[in-house]
Design a binder for this molecule. Sequence first.
Ligand code: 2NL
Length: 369
Amino acid sequence: MPYTVPKLTDYSAATLERAANECLSACTAESREVRTDAGLKSFRDRWMARKNGILNQINDRWLKGAPQEAKREAGIQVNALKARITELVEGAHVSGAGALDNECLDISLPGTRRPLGAEHPVVRTSNEIVSVFAKLGYSVAEGPVVESDYYNFEALNFPPNHPARDTQDTLFIAGQQSKPPRERLLLRTHTSPVQIRTMEKMAPPVRLVIPGRVHRNDPPDASHSPMFHQIEGLAVDTNITFGDLKGTLDHAMKALFGSSVRTHFRPSFFPFTEPSAELYVTCFICGGSGKRGSDPCRPCKQTGWIEVLGCGMVDPNVFEFVKDNGYDPKRVSGFAFGMGVDRLALLKYGVDDIQLFFQGDVRFLQQFG
Ligand code: 2NL
């Protein structure tokens, strides 16, 4: 006898459960009997048809017919049953001897193509730089992109209203005039605030690298973007000297650009380091000759040297802000450095427009796959 939906004598949980189980076994048994496409269609119609299909009848008899106080429990049971029946009916397929032509699984169909992504060239460059320092025992730290004036400027020896702040065209968050100046929020202009935050948490000695996104109010062109990436490094210990800075950075440049590059330091100025320097490496495009064949080498402007980063000995004024956590400038010293990752990626991959990094054009990005 084919299955028919019984009328329930009562609506207790036990009765409902028994009825649901009977219904499920009937459906399972019928699904096993399906042999042909036509059989599959009538099986589906019998159970699922909107008008008078078995599921529909169950709804009418077991749910709508239930007394008010049993409706909630009946609803839960009926919904669970419906889900299982639907799964069974939709999963049923034509099977059995001689019915191979009707198999639903066609192994000759091509699979679903899942294109592989590629690491973005800026991220790749950033990871390469980080890993050079990780091998030297440096920890990696990250921090917020929206920062307070205190961490972005004040604690880094840019006092309020100091002209050094003008060198970093800052994007401020609007509507904060009511806050004290040092609490006002901005988009960090460098990753240095994370160095301060980390020194507040970790007592010396520290060896740190900090990669991350930074913002400046620069109009976009081939070499500028209001959003770009930096990596900064910091080493603080007793007796850290400028010699340590030179040795560490010379090693890092050889690891990054090849063992034949040479390094060269020129005096510079940063508010948070004293003394400060710019680091140049022999041009890895022309090998230091300033020429490519008979043409001038453009990346190094024929000088044979490329500026890669800024660095220096941490200014004692910076340590004063974290003195309570063991950074007494009389006891510890340190060096720090910072580099623009995007600019290095441009040089490394011979890309002539920084905007290409941020437009998300798949034709560009695919070349790094
Ligand atoms: C550049 C120069 C630099 C630093 C960053 C730093 C951080 C602390 C203390 C002292 Cl907490 N210094 N960072 C130092 C020198 C240079 O970046 O041209 N970056 C793109």
